[in-house]
Design a protein around this ligand. Structure first.
Ligand SMILES: Nc1ncnc2c1ncn2[C@@H]1O[C@H](COP(=O)(O)OP(=O)(O)O)[C@@H](O)[C@H]1O
Ligand SMILES: [Mg+2]
Length: 315
């Protein structure tokens, strides 16, 4: 059946106000100057959506923003990346979420106001919306309390309507890591956390123990391991795939989201988990060749050009 979207993303939406070249770290009662400032689309779910769209998939987005300048910037940015914005909800009574990022040397301090993203709920996810898509990807559950509350029912709805599903929990700022994985993961076709996240979610010290704990009820588990690459568990098989070595990492902001985009791009085409994983490693590595999460992802041809010249990869 022809669907409008290959993938529908349920995710957070916020802008990042990034301050660079700060004289010295902020102190109470004092004013510091920053030499450089950028206001850009934030949200790891949006990086995922944008890069998946740049690879060539049709992507729709369910998220919530306010009717303000930040909200307008988000919609414009997603639209430029060819992500379908028709299902994004604009709530007149709420403010669009924003993160202030203070970059200081190699480190950063961030403060986020969740705003509208915290109010997205299962009531906003209509059966008719999901039926437009082949696959649902949910990301950043801990930033979306309204979604987290009914996360099992969100995935049930997707499965009842014939979609395949994936979940990247991302970090829990509250560090409580309270998700009912026993009942959730049977509804998740591909579970894609990173190394630290899966350890926290399971309370285990290493990835193998974490996978052991989940493999009785999870479908496919894919764990992102930074410069070590990734490991997957699928049909009883563990598969470790080393990263595509990048000797000149610009930064790793969004690498995990770009991994997800590459993995899901191949997954919706029906490729094997091993092939999806290799391509995820590739798009994760490509992400590290430019600053931020989306700069290296213009269109399929230029992405493949980077793959070939920097990582010797060709299809
Ligand atoms: N320094 C790096 N060199 C090459 N590939 C990398 C590097 N950092 C990350 N990657 C790739 O990107 C993927 C996702 O990055 P990771 O940092 O694990 O995710 P997250 O951003 O969620 O923490 C990794 O699995 C790996 O394949
Ligand atoms: Mg991540």
């Amino acid at each position: 059946m022809n669907k409008e979207f290959d993938v529908i993303v349920v995710g957070e939406l916020n802008v990042d106000l990034i301050l660079n070249q700060i004289e010295s770290f902020p102190e109470m009662g004092k004013e510091k100057l920053a030499g450089k400032m950028d206001l850009v689309l934030g949200s790891s779910s949006a990086i995922f959506a944008g890069n998946l769209s740049s690879l060539g998939a049709e992507v729709g987005y369910i998220g919530k923003i306010g009717n303000d300048m930040f909200g307008h910037l988000i919609v414009e940015s997603l639209n430029k990346k060819n992500v379908n914005i028709s299902l994004i909800i604009v709530d007149e009574h709420l403010k669009t979420g924003a993160t202030v990022v203070l970059n200081y040397d190699e480190d950063r301090a961030m403060v986020t106001h969740g705003g509208a993203m915290e109010h997205l709920s299962i009531a906003d996810i209509k059966k008719e919306h999901l039926q437009k898509a082949k696959h649902m990807h949910v990301s950043s559950v801990f930033l979306q309390p309204g979604i987290k509350e009914n996360i099992i029912d969100v995935f049930k709805l997707a499965k009842e309507n014939g979609l395949t599903t994936s979940l990247d929990t991302q970090w829990d700022p509250a560090e409580k890591w309270d998700l009912d994985l026993n009942n959730l993961l049977p509804l998740v076709d591909v579970f894609i956390p990173n190394e630290e996240e899966i350890k926290h979610l399971t309370g285990k010290q290493n990835v193998n123990d974490a996978i052991d704990m989940l493999n009785g009820f999870a479908n496919t588990i894919v764990v992102k391991m930074g410069s070590k690459g990734s490991v997957s568990w699928h049909k009883g098989q563990l598969n470790e795939v080393p990263a595509f070595l990048n000797k000149n990492v610009v930064d790793a902001i969004g690498a995990g989201d770009s991994f997800d985009a590459g993995f899901i791009f191949k997954y919706i085409k029906g490729l094997s988990i091993a092939e999806c994983q290799k391509f995820g490693n590739l798009t994760g590595a490509i992400n590290t060749t430019a600053s931020g999460g989306t700069a290296a992802f213009k269109d399929y041809q230029s992405i493949m050009e980077i793959a070939k010249t920097k990582f010797g990869y060709s299809e």
